[in-house]
Write a protein that binds this ligand. Structure first.
Ligand code: ZN
Length: 328
C-alpha cells in the first residue's frame, strides 16, 4: 500500500520541542462543540493548555507564540471581544511567562529564532512579535488577514507585530504538493517540515507536519480543532473504545469556527494523518499530552520509541463526564 506520508530523498529531519505557555483557565465549552459535544464533555467550562513548538532544522523556527500576560496590551477591539464572550461565561487565561521570556530562560536566544510561523492570527497564538528582533521573519498562511489595528478595527495584530519585518505568506496556490488531500508546502525544501493548509477555524489557518525521524512525524495541529475528541474517532481510526466509533466524539460547534463546514472538512482530512501509526498529533490545546510530553529542553522526537501514541490516543475518554457508561 502506498503511504499517505511524503517520502524524501534527503532523509532530513527536524527536532521539535514543546513550549508550554500557559492555560485557558475557563471558556464556555459551547463555543467549541455542538450541544451533543457539550453534553458528552459534561462541563460548561472549557480548560486547556496553550502550547507552542520550537522546530530546529535548517533554521530555528517557532510554530506559534502563545498569548500575552496582560490583555490590556491588546487593541481595544480584543478587549471588547473578551467582554462580549464573558456575557456567555467566564473567560480566563493563566500565563507565567510569554514566549519571548521563556525561550531565553531555556537557553534559546531570540535572535537565533529565524522565523515565527503563526498557525493563525488569534491572540493566543501570535504572542508579542515586537519583542523579537526585526530579523525574525513572520510566516503565515496564504489567506491570513494581516492588517493591524487600527487599520482593521477588529484586528488583534498590532503594528509592533509586523512593521519592519519580512513577512512570508505560504504560496500554497502556486504549488501542486498535497498531503492527505491538504495543500502543502515543503518549508525547508528538504522534506523535513511541511506546512499544511488547514482552514476553517479561521481563514489562512495552517498546521505543520514535522519529520522527527526518517520515518515518523509530529502533526502540529494548531487550532484545527481544540480537543482530540473533535478529531477522533473517524472511520480511519482502529481500536476506538467509543460508540459511535466512526464520528468525532465532540463534534465542532460553530462558535469558535469562522467556517465550521470547512473546519469539519479539514478535520476529516487530518484524521487520516492522525490515525497513521507514524504520526503523533500535537494540538495547541490538547490537555491529554502532559502525561507523556515534557517541554523544552526535552524534545518529542522519539515519541514512537517511547510509545506515546497508544498512551494518549483515547486518553480523553477519562474526561468525558457526560458520556453514558454504555457509550464508552
Ligand atoms: Zn487557540
Amino acid at each position: 500500500m502506498l503511504s499517505i506520508l511524503p517520502t524524501t530523498p534527503t532523509g532530513a529531519t527536524v527536532s521539535v520541542k514543546a513550549v508550554h505557555l500557559g492555560r485557558v483557565a475557563a471558556m464556555p465549552s459551547s463555543f467549541f462543540y455542538t450541544p451533543t459535544g457539550v453534553a458528552r464533555l459534561g462541563s460548561s467550562s472549557y480548560t486547556a493548555p496553550i502550547y507552542a513548538f520550537l522546530i530546529e532544522g535548517k533554521e530555528r523556527v517557532m510554530f506559534d507564540l502563545g498569548i500575552r500576560k496582560d490583555e490590556q496590551t491588546y487593541p481595544p477591539r480584543v478587549q471588547k471581544a473578551y467582554a462580549g464572550m464573558r456575557k456567555t461565561g467566564p473567560v480566563e487565561f493563566e500565563v507565567d511567562q510569554e514566549a519571548h521570556e521563556k525561550l531565553p530562560a531555556k537557553g534559546v536566544s531570540l535572535d537565533s529564532v529565524k522565523a515565527v510561523i503563526w498557525s493563525h492570527r488569534h491572540i493566543d497564538h501570535i504572542g508579542d512579535m515586537s519583542k523579537f528582533p526585526s530579523t525574525t521573519r513572520l510566516v503565515v498562511g496564504e489567506e491570513t488577514e494581516l492588517r493591524p489595528y487600527p487599520e482593521l478595527e477588529m484586528s488583534g495584530i498590532t503594528h509592533g507585530d509586523i512593521d519592519g519585518r519580512d513577512i512570508q505568506k505560504i504560496p500554497f496556490s502556486s504549488g501542486d504538493l498535497t498531503i492527505a488531500g491538504l495543500r502543502a508546502f515543503d518549508y525547508f525544501s528538504d522534506g523535513s517540515l511541511y506546512i499544511l493548509d488547514t482552514p476553517g477555524h479561521c481563514a489562512g489557518h495552517v498546521s505543520a507536519l514535522a519529520r522527527v525521524t526518517p520515518s515518523t512525524f509530529v502533526l502540529l495541529g494548531g487550532d484545527c480543532c481544540h480537543h482530540p475528541g473533535s478529531l477522533r474517532p473517524s472511520p480511519h481510526h482502529a481500536g476506538c473504545p467509543f460508540v459511535p466509533a466512526d464520528t468525532p466524539t465532540l463534534p465542532l460547534g460553530d462558535g469558535m469556527y469562522d467556517d465550521v463546514d470547512t473546519a469539519r472538512n479539514t478535520v476529516e482530512k487530518l484524521a487520516v494523518l492522525d490515525a497513521n501509526e507514524d504520526v503523533l498529533t500535537l494540538l495547541a490545546h490538547d490537555d491529554t499530552l502532559s502525561d507523556v510530553m515534557k517541554e523544552i529542553p526535552d524534545n518529542v522526537d522519539d515519541w514512537k520509541e517511547k510509545g506515546w501514541k497508544s498512551k494518549v490516543m483515547w486518553k480523553f475518554k477519562e474526561n468525558l463526564r457526560g458520556m453514558a457508561a454504555g457509550a464508552l
